[in-house]
Design a protein around this ligand. Sequence first.
Ligand SMILES: [Fe+2]
Length: 315
Amino acid sequence: MKIILYYIATAATAITLFSSCGCSKLPIDSPVAFSSPNRPADTVVFAVIGDYGTDSKAEADVAAMVKSWQPEFVITTGDNNYPVGSSGSIVKNIGKHYCDFIYNPDAPSDRQCKGPAAEEKINRFFPCPGNHDNYSVPALRPYTDYFTLPGDERNYDFIWGTIHFFSLNTGVSGKLDERTIQWLQQKLKSGTARFKIVYFHHPPYSSGGHGSNEAMQLPFGEWGADAVLCGHDHFYERILDKNSPKPVYFIIGNSGNENLYSCNSKPLDTTRFTYNCDDKNYGAVKVKAGKNSCTFEYYTTANPSAPADVWVIVK
Ligand SMILES: [Fe+2]
């Protein structure tokens, strides 16, 4: 399979690679896959937000911008409900801003969303947990009580349009258990969707204060992932590994927490990585995916009329 990736915001580069697929099937039970109903395979538009759940002005501003895009659904890169993932703060941190997209019939009645997604009975909000969501006791109970998600609601996959998504729980400390890693590897290698996107909270590589998470430096590209989306460091960053042009890594952690982090607190090795970082703005990413291309556009609330960064994957 020939894959060409190019970056069109500031420069045009072309990288060609050939992927090989051993595709050994592992005897692992997987969470239940979820497919969207009757979705045309032409173009899907979805939004990515992260580190947002603080009920701040920044969260409200980003949510308004995201809604203006009229995305089909929203995914998150974690830290949905600061500070400790409690049931008492989950409505104001999440539902107040994003109920339009959430269908959560399994939630306690006082926490159920009543917006358009509930009316059509289609969930359009697919989070992954962050460390702050995992601080609840028991871990993630308010989160799994609130959301109605595929599989075990912690590690799950779903297909929407041309994309196969994998949402993972990296817990408090930024790692996966062995069973989840094997499940992910098997599903990525055997999946036949045009694009595969993996998302979780703790980034494999980051120039921010939290830095890179070695435990998450898995061979996502060899397994078939086109993009890895994370949060945790409160800024926007897009990273390419010169040794492995697939996947592209994004950190989208500036969608509401008003404590932005500095880029380059822990600079990445520029002999191996190229990266763009924005630590001055709040924002989110709009993704447009069709049959042959997947375009990531990063917008800030300071200038919502034009993307501040664009990355396109063409197959
Ligand atoms: Fe975090």
